[in-house]
Ligand binder design. Structure first.
Ligand code: FES
Length: 155
């Protein structure tokens, strides 16, 4: 990590970079923005850590925690809620052994995200699996999708 952080810092200094592009590059390298990277940037570049955290939390494209290899995004908007998104999310959490606030599995293979309306209410409930939209989802269909993903992981 040390070497990669140093490379990002040097690029920033050389190119008079901005915080957003530094965070984007950091996320590209690590898959998320590690807290220790922010403190290191702050120290080396003499920019308050709060500036980095402010940007990282403002833009939804940034992640401050490691994410799983497979991203499952469940819509929790009103239309999806009415059509049973809670049941789908509940069964996903059980299948993935996610408890409390935890949204990424211990083995970092899956992350379950819950978002507001994704704009596809006519096919509610909606689940997005690795960027592919699945409409009219139910617990059985979800279980099959998850099984296929798990099998793919074990190949
Ligand atoms: S509420 Fe889920 S797509 Fe609109």
């Amino acid at each position: 990590m040390e070497k990669r952080l140093q490379g990002l810092i040097e690029d920033f200094k050389k190119n008079e970079g901005n915080i957003i592009s530094l965070l984007q590059e950091t996320q590209e390298v690590f898959g998320y923005i590690p807290e220790e990277a922010v403190y290191r940037f702050s120290e080396e570049l003499d920019i308050p850590a709060s500036n980095f955290f402010g940007v990282a939390t403002f833009y939804s494209q940034f992640y401050l925690k490691p994410r799983g290899k497979n991203i499952i995004t469940a819509c929790c908007g009103t239309a999806c809620h009415v059509k049973g998104s809670d049941r789908i999310i509940g069964s996903l959490k059980r299948e993935l052994n996610l408890t409390g606030e935890q949204n990424t599995t211990e083995d970092k293979k899956f992350t379950l995200e819950q978002v507001a309306c994704v704009g596809a209410c006519s096919i509610a409930p909606v689940v997005i699996i690795n960027k592919k939209v699945h409409g009219k989802m139910n617990s059985d269909k979800m279980a099959k999708e998850l099984k296929a993903l798990k099998e793919g992981e074990n190949e």
